[in-house]
Design a protein around this ligand. Structure first.
Ligand SMILES: Nc1ncnc2c1ncn2[C@@H]1O[C@H](COP(=O)(O)OP(=O)(O)OP(=O)(O)O)[C@@H](O)[C@H]1O
Ligand SMILES: [Mg+2]
Length: 241
């Protein structure tokens, strides 16, 4: 069953075509990677799917329902949630408070939101940090908090935009393990990442875009040995750390 089906999606900003006739399909329970050079249109594609702004053209189906132009908070309640490339927690508030903000998407009862937030923190081995002010967290912990906040909304599909950028190699490994655990718990994952080692280890399939267009799609091995991909992206951008 296709949880996400994006057909011929286009997004223009004035004269710039950031996403150009993009088609993407994700099966329930899979991890799909999205890679491509800086400015290729990856975050823009996520923004269209997650309702930040509607696509200029094309169609987006979530569990068979057309969701073009549906607002992020409505999508969140339907089970589609994303993280942001630039993480902006409520810096003066605790980790627990920040995760409860996510949980309020599924309950309006404070006690339930707190219980949900605590359960999520525990599942991410993060509960020991629950009283720390978000502004005092390391980058790695902020990324983890961003995932925790998203998870507290009980997503069916989670869109992760560069949650590993800025992490040390050991922290990347930890994040890869966390994301695999989420998939094992039944959450479908759509992930943008520049760290090739991570995206190769995670993804069932990878879509490569360049100037908003899909230039390759397939298993990690097939994509990594594709000449167009090497020319457009891996040759210059390969991140080994
Ligand atoms: N809100 C916006 N208004 C105008 N142009 C935009 C906007 N958002 C993105 N763009 C442009 O659209 C193109 C695609 O940007 P996008 O952020 O989607 O790339 P990306 O693949 O996520 O890149 P990166 O790997 O650097 O995060 C770029 O040329 C960018 O400058
Ligand atoms: Mg981006």
């Amino acid at each position: 069953m296709k949880i996400l089906d994006v057909r011929e999606m286009t997004k223009t900003f004035g004269g710039l075509t950031a996403v150009d006739g993009l088609g993407i399909e994700i099966e329930t329970g899979q991890i799909l990677g999205l890679i491509g050079p800086n400015g290729a249109g990856k975050s823009t594609a996520f923004n269209c799917i997650a309702g930040v702004f509607p696509p200029t053209g094309g169609e987006i189906y979530f569990n068979g329902e057309k969701i073009n132009g549906v607002k992020p908070w409505t999508l969140c309640r339907k089970g589609l949630e994303r993280t942001f490339q630039i993480v902006k927690p409520f810096a003066s508030k605790s980790v627990l408070y920040n995760v409860m903000v996510g949980a309020f998407a599924v309950t309006d009862k404070t006690a339930e939101a707190e219980a949900e937030a605590l359960a999520v923190l525990k599942s991410l081995h993060f509960e020991s940090r629950k009283d720390v002010r978000a502004g005092n967290l390391t980058i790695a912990d902020r990324k983890r908090l961003e995932i925790a906040r998203a998870l507290a909304t009980r997503p069916k599909i989670l869109l992760l935009d560069e949650v590993m950028a800025g992490l040390r190699p050991a922290e990347v490994d930890e994040m890869v393990a966390i994301i695999k655990e989420l998939r094992d718990r039944g959450i479908t994952i759509f992930v943008i990442e520049h760290i090739m080692r991570a995206i190769m280890a995670l993804s069932d399939r990878i879509v490569v875009i360049h100037f908003g267009r899909k230039i390759a799609e397939g298993t990690p091995d097939a994509v990594a040995s594709d000449e167009n991909v090497i020319k457009a992206y891996l040759g210059e951008e390969y991140v080994v750390s």
